[in-house]
Write a protein that binds this ligand. Structure first.
Ligand code: HAM
Length: 430
């Protein structure tokens, strides 16, 4: 007989992991609610053309793409943003702006499996559609900060940049979009040397090389100090200068509004996705060398998919990586467990009553497991003990005659009889 295993890169999430993932999901959902983002559920399978259009070479070549039985070229979604843009163009085009949309679910990328990198992973994704203003950029930064804060993650920092700076320089040098995209891919992998060599091979001006070198060096945790000297190198690159000012506007607004973001600004920061046009960011914690999320502004995607020109900005949080960070910081499990109770009928004739007692306890909020293996009391208690249940309720004919059951505190190893009608109160639930 073949013993089946999960496919390479795919994981079973066992109860501890599943509970932690659902916990983060719950906090993310609550956050969406408190910022006014409405949930939409989009399909896992979409047209390959849609998903691959602007996702960038790195992800494009790792997509799970296939021909379906109707001969359509489709793929498992590697991210949500393309689906949301499609939805906005096809179905929500007449909805008043801004639109705030939230989605949560699994994504698929044929990445090399390693810590924090899986072939199936989960994101909570927020898209804010219809505003070109810095306050929209700030909102997605703020909600990301709030998510990490609500989860009690410590020491996180936002790496922030603006693709308009680099693209503005390259555009003015007459570099075509495909070549710009290649430069961005190299920078996403921090291959600054190769990026410069490539740009030089295209015959750009000396001034351009200096501006790019300046961009790679303009970095630090004091945005103003890091960017000010660099600004001089951008003289004459008008679009890049506007981008730099826009980045400062977003960061100033954040600090003036009291948001205490720990920012590390990088003028040479690029992300692999090709649809970004403005501010981009990724939160990190010191314990992990991969980003907990990623986001940015994409003002032309909706138009590219046939909609009205519509500015937009969004962010996706990597739920798996957030759980990993929480585990590393020792803040899991933080999920408040329900009070757990075993209900054990001691006599064949008391099985039905055991279910009634269990129902009443569940209604009061307990997690209840009824003995269903017909084991002896001592075996059932041993098992309840091994699995860390808090109470056991023993239903025995003698006590029942006076309307009572035996309540055993599994931790203290003490037991007493209590009135059946007082049981929920006695375990602290009423
Ligand atoms: P992304 O940076 O490709 O952005 O992914 C966002 C986050 O998803 C990453 O920071 C990471 O936490 C998680 N993630 C990505 N790949 C993996 C993987 N193989 N294993 C585990 N976690 C992973 C986007 O997806 C954009 N759609 C974000 C966005 C929304 N931009 C604007 N709106």
């Amino acid at each position: 007989m073949v013993k089946f295993k999960t496919v390479r890169g795919m994981r079973d999430l066992l109860p501890d992991e599943a509970r932690a993932m659902r916990y983060v999901e719950g906090v993310a959902r609550d956050l969406a609610e408190s910022y006014g983002y409405e949930e939409v559920i989009t399909p896992v399978v979409e047209s390959y053309e849609l998903l691959s259009a602007k996702v960038g070479e790195e992800i494009r070549k790792r997509m799970y793409a296939f021909i379906d039985l109707g001969r359509r070229k489709v793929a498992l979604r590697p991210e949500f943003t393309a689906s949301i843009a499609r939805l906005v163009v096809a179905t929500l085009r007449n909805k008043p702006k801004p639109l705030r949309l939230f989605c949560i679910g699994s994504l698929y990328r044929y990445d090399e499996p390693q810590l924090g990198r899986y072939r199936e992973f989960w994101q909570s994704n927020y898209e804010l559609i219809g505003s070109k203003e810095p306050e929209a950029d700030m909102e997605v930064l703020a909600l990301t900060d709030e998510l990490l804060r609500r989860l009690r993650i410590r020491g996180y920092q936002f790496k922030v940049g603006h693709v308009g700076i680099l693209r503005g320089i390259l555009e003015q040098e007459g570099i075509k979009e495909v070549e710009q995209n290649y430069v961005m891919q190299l920078l996403d992998k921090k291959d600054y040397v190769k990026a410069l060599e490539f740009v030089k091979s295209l015959g750009v001006s000396e001034r351009c090389v200096e501006a790019l070198k300046g961009a790679f060096e303009a970095r630090g945790d004091r945005p103003l100090d890091a960017l000010k000297p660099f600004k001089a190198l951008l003289k004459g690159y008008d679009a890049a200068l506007l981008a730099l000012d826009n980045l400062m506007d977003v960061l100033n607004l954040a600090s003036e509004s009291g948001l205490k973001l720990n920012v590390f600004v990088e003028a040479g920061f690029a992300r692999g996705l090709e649809y970004y046009t403005g501010m981009i960011f990724e939160p990190f914690v010191p314990e992990l060398n991969v980003a907990l999320g990623g986001g940015g502004r994409y003002d032309r995607l909706i138009e590219l998919f046939g909609g009205e020109p519509t500015p937009a900005v969004g962010v996706a949080h990597g739920i798996d990586r957030i759980v990993l960070a929480m585990r590393k910081q020792g803040i899991l499990p933080m999920v408040k467990e329900r009070l757990s109770v075993a209900v054990v009928p001691i006599d064949e004739g008391l099985k039905a009553l055991a279910f009634k007692v269990a129902s009443a306890l569940r209604e009061a909020g307990a997690r209840v497991e009824v003995e269903i293996l017909g084991r002896s009391v001592s075996r059932a208690l041993q098992d309840a003990d091994r699995r860390g249940l808090v109470y056991a309720v023993l239903i025995a004919p003698d006590e029942l005659r006076s309307g009572e059951v035996v309540l055993r505190d599994m931790r203290k190893r003490e037991q007493r009889t209590v009135k059946l009608e007082d049981l929920t109160k006695e375990v602290g639930l009423a």
